[in-house]
Write a protein that binds this ligand. Structure first.
Ligand code: NAP
Ligand code: F7E
Length: 324
């Protein structure tokens, strides 16, 4: 039986990945941080089938302890301060967790468990001010937030540990992926939650474009990458891009509601057919620097991993709206 470590196991991706690995017959070990009120909701259905170990990616001795207890065939590093907006408020913390935390994990692998295969959760945010459209594995990086910069450090360290020490370390450069398990602060979940609760939606920039896929399909590719005989990095995306405004309109159309937008910039508002105000702009939600356009080309993943997304924008909005 293979054994895998998943950091960030109680997050969106960690919970789906753990279920996927269980379905493949793995012993799954998850790293969780001590909390005064642990939030195990996303893993509640299968918590008894996995082993949870207390630890923090910032606390190298805790990682060392876990690696001394188990022999990991595979390590998936999904732990992160993953909210881009917060990364301007806590840039140092974001860098410590996402960049230095990843380095600590790589050091433990190098010294204690060099045979473990390692997956790093890289991100399309590394493309930031995108230098070409669509973005591929060869597109130059230009991160636009402390989050993007911290992830780029971890990405390059993953490449460097592969090249310096001949370790199996690789990164998936994943574009935005969503699901009913998405954190409430991210824009898709915020839109869906507030429509379902019949609350006024207060958003920032409606005009950035994102390539949104379905998280369940994206964790499958993490697993596929670690089944290769030699490590490679892959862009994972749907190849479709939509504005935040299109997401709002699509979510309302699921309820057979047509939305009308009036005004522009900070004055912009959204109304239902019956004239009810449903959307206002909140200047506080604007970011100091924006990533305006992301759209990925996942041809390499299709060719080498045989991976292709089935769920695109319309189905994704539908499955998030449908969820109780
Ligand atoms: P998420 O829901 O925010 O989950 C992140 C997880 O990391 C949480 O379980 C969190 O635990 C854990 N964590 C945070 N700091 C930690 C620390 N110091 N030590 C140990 N664990 C820590 O994020 P996600 O959407 O599942 O994303 C998974 C990974 O993919 C992240 O690295 C993210 O940056 C990256 N990524 C995500 C996307 C996307 O669109 N979802 C795209 C590209 C890359 P707590 O609950 O205790 O805070
Ligand atoms: O923002 C705009 C905002 O926070 C998307 C993370 O998983 O994907 C995610 O990062 C867009 C931005 O995701 C609101 O300005 C408008 O342009 O949902 P988001 P993100 O920043 O793209 C990448 C790939 C990751 O790696 C990250 O970990 O939506 N926007 N109004 C808003 N965003 C939020 N959150 N809230 C608003 O009210």
């Amino acid at each position: 039986m293979k054994t895998a470590l998943v950091t960030g196991i109680i997050g969106q991706d960690g919970s789906y990945l753990a279920e996927h690995l269980l379905s493949k017959g793995y012993q799954v070990v998850g790293l969780i941080r001590r909390s005064s009120s642990p939030n195990l909701e996303r893993i509640s259905d299968f918590k008894d089938k996995i082993s949870l170990e207390h630890g923090d990616i910032l606390d190298q001795p805790s990682l060392q302890r876990v690696f001394e207890k188990y022999e990991f065939n595979e390590v998936y590093n999904l732990a992160a301060q993953s909210f881009v907006g917060l990364s301007w408020e806590q840039p140092i913390y974001t860098t410590e967790v996402n960049a230095v935390g990843t380095l600590k994990l790589l050091e433990v692998i190098r010294t204690v468990s060099p045979k473990s295969k390692f997956y790093q959760a890289s991100t399309s945010e590394m493309f930031g001010l995108a230098q070409e459209v669509p973005q591929t594995e060869k597109t130059p990086f230009y991160p636009r937030s402390p989050y993007g910069v911290s992830k780029l450090y971890a990405h390059w360290m993953t490449v460097n540990y592969r090249e310096s020490y001949n370790l199996f370390t690789c990164s998936g450069i994943l574009f935005n992926h969503e699901s009913p398990r998405r954190g409430n602060e991210f824009v898709t979940k915020k839109i869906v939650n507030s429509i379902k609760r019949n609350e006024l939606l207060r958003l920032g920039n409606l005009y950035s474009k994102r390539d949104w896929g379905y998280a369940l399909e994206y964790v499958e590719v993490m697993y596929k990458m670690l089944q290769l005989s030699s490590p490679e990095d892959f862009v994972i995306a749907t190849g479709e891009t939509h504005t935040i405004k299109e997401f709002v309109a699509e979510a309302f159309s699921y309820l057979n509601e047509e939305i009308h937008f009036e005004g522009s910039g900070l004055d912009e508002k959204g109304y239902t057919k019956s004239g009810k105000l449903i959307l206002e702009i909140d200047p506080k939600m604007y970011r100091p620097a924006e990533v305006n356009l992301l759209v990925g080309d996942a041809s390499k993943a299709k060719k080498i991993l045989g991976w292709e997304p089935k769920v695109k924008f319309t189905q994704l909005v539908e499955l998030m709206m449908k969820d109780k």
